[in-house]
Design a protein around this ligand. Sequence first.
Ligand code: FES
Length: 126
Amino acid sequence: MPTTWITVCDTCKRDGWEAGDMGQTDGERLAALVEAAAAGIADVRTRRVSCLMGCKRGCNVAIQGPGKLNYTLGEFEPESEAADGIVGYAALHAQSETGQVPYRNWPQAVKGHFVTRHPPLPDDDA
Ligand code: FES
């Protein structure tokens, strides 16, 4: 199966971030949790980027695989429950031929967090 990539915005800051220790952004915290949760999961890889242009709805991630439906999700707390749900969803996305995952299989932690869906690009010679 092709790899499903989880792209985590590492510059996201949730409301109230300034009131914490500010040692890391919320995006960095979520990225570290996602990376730990994804370690050893077949066909799922992670990367960090700075800003997915959804700043008001952080923390944001994108879930993408070649030739598949791709998604952005937002409004995550930088917590293990969110990270585990994101990785669980990505593993199902990797197993899916089209990238579509039946709603009944969605991890609870991703429900209500989908922001956009991007249909796969047509083949150049189509
Ligand atoms: S800072 Fe995360 S989307 Fe802009």
